[in-house]
Design a protein around this ligand. Structure first.
Ligand SMILES: Cc1cc2nc3c(=O)[nH]c(=O)nc-3n(C[C@H](O)[C@H](O)[C@H](O)COP(=O)(O)OP(=O)(O)OC[C@H]3O[C@@H](n4cnc5c(N)ncnc54)[C@H](O)[C@@H]3O)c2cc1C
Length: 397
């Protein structure tokens, strides 16, 4: 295995690093940066940030040049995510559009759809959401019940979606809906582009335990969707959705760098927090937890490199990428458990209180990363994938 980057890749990294130094918002990533008053304020800020990034040519670098990308290699895209995380750059607000919708439309969309939708994704002129999960169709997504009935040159859509991230800010949604109720589960589903401002689309934000309202319930009542917004052929939506879902998993350089930063913060927390008369870092049980955290972050790096190698050789991550998702989400939860143990009662104090440590970031982060073992396929589902497709065990019933 070659563990070094080529000269061209290093030059790509340097170019991006210099751009980030010159363009990152002042004070971003430090306690000096003012907190946002609301999620809407944060979203406005992030739209501005994505526009700036796009003007520098740093959004959708992995897209083909014909659609506004740079045709960057898998490794360049990995480097890009590493550098963004290393400089603590804000995550782009249009990530569903850039990471999921773009690659899906490039693979399956009609030329007219590509020309209409792709350019506005990169500059965050239009924000997208993913209307897949339903109250009774999450892990078993093919059981979805949202219906789209053909009426001349439109579909009439009725149903409910849930956990739709950023739907309240979205202009468009990619929707899975049942178009042939008589067909077997996965065979009667179509993939549609829905105007989130159309009459009959109702979005209700859901409050998460972090206090934020990033995801939503979406109710669709007699929503008219032009037939021109059908992606691919009718009833082929399940196959198209696999392209979208495959881009949700894979390598996680961003999470790797974030957890390296968290690990450094955890180690300094252990040096400053007290256990009786001594620093917590001298406590045997804490030392063991810290050692485990260091080893796990290192192992996570190696898992990433292995999947990256698979991606380069085969063009897609393979079922082994489930190991990455499973591993980092559980590693993250263990690391956060150690942080909360170190903080003791201070871990319960939220931002806004003078006694809080690190502006309550650990509490927020601890609560946020509980969701890591649910989104993009729960950990039980990842274990099923590993059991059946990697280890070759018989399918469960
Ligand atoms: C932060 C966050 C953001 C999200 N954003 C979006 C979004 O933008 N768009 C979208 O469409 N969805 C989104 N989701 C939804 C996400 O994809 C689903 O939550 C996930 O697929 C699980 O589905 P569910 O919640 O319906 O749980 P269920 O499928 O009902 O599962 C409940 C429990 O049963 C277990 N289980 C289910 N089936 C099996 C099985 N066969 N074997 C073993 N155990 C099983 C699960 O692991 C879980 O523990 C988001 C979720 C989160 C947490």
């Amino acid at each position: 295995m070659d563990l070094s980057f080529s000269r061209a890749e290093e030059s790509f990294r340097q170019q991006l690093r210099s751009w980030l130094i010159a363009n990152l918002p002042d004070g971003w990533g430090t306690d000096a940066f003012p907190e946002f008053d609301s999620l809407a304020d944060e979203v406005r800020f992030l739209i501005g940030w994505q526009r700036r990034l796009n003007s520098g040519g740093w959004v959708g670098v992995h897209w083909p040049r014909a659609y506004g990308g740079r045709g960057a290699t898998v490794i360049e895209n990995y480097i890009l995510q590493e550098e963004f995380a290393r400089s603590r750059a804000p995550e782009i607000i249009g990530r569903i559009g850039v990471n999921l919708v773009g690659p899906t439309l490039i693979a399956h969309g009609a030329e007219e759809q590509k020309r209409r939708y792709l350019p506005k994704i990169l500059g965050a002129e239009e924000i997208w959401c993913q209307l897949f999960s339903e109250p009774n169709a999450g892990s078993d997504l093919a059981a979805l019940r949202c219906r789209a009935e053909r009426d001349g040159d439109t579909f009439i859509v009725n149903g409910q979606k849930v956990w739709t991230s950023y739907a309240q800010f979205a202009d468009w949604g990619i929707l899975l809906a049942r178009t042939d109720p008589a067909a077997p589960k996965a065979k009667g589903i179509s993939f549609l582009i829905v105007d989130m401002h159309a009459p009959g689309v109702h979005v209700r934000p859901l409050k998460q335990m972090t206090g934020s309202e990033e995801f939503n319930e979406v109710f669709l009542e007699d929503v008219r969707v032009p037939a021109a917004n059908l992606v691919g052929a009718p009833n082929q939506g399940w196959t198209i959705a696999q392209t979208t879902l495959s881009h949700e998993r894979g390598t996680s350089p961003r999470q790797l760098v974030i957890h390296r930063i968290l690990l450094d913060e955890l180690l300094s927390l252990a040096r400053t927090m007290r256990r009786g008369d001594a620093a917590a870092a001298t406590d045997v049980s804490i030392r063991q937890q810290l050692a485990r955290a260091v080893i796990e972050v290192e192992l996570f790096k190696l898992h990433n490199w292995r999947t990256l190698t698979h991606l380069i050789r085969h063009g897609k991550p393979g079922p082994e990428s489930s190991v990455i998702k499973l591993f980092w989400s559980e590693m993250s939860q263990r690391l956060h458990d150690t942080a909360m143990e170190l903080l003791g009662p201070f871990g319960q104090i939220d931002r806004g209180d003078a006694r809080t440590i690190a502006r309550g970031r650990w509490l927020h982060s601890y609560l946020y990363y509980r969701s890591a073992s649910i989104f993009a396929g729960t950990n039980e589902i990842q274990r099923n994938i590993l059991a059946e497709r990697v280890l070759g065990l018989p399918r469960g019933r």
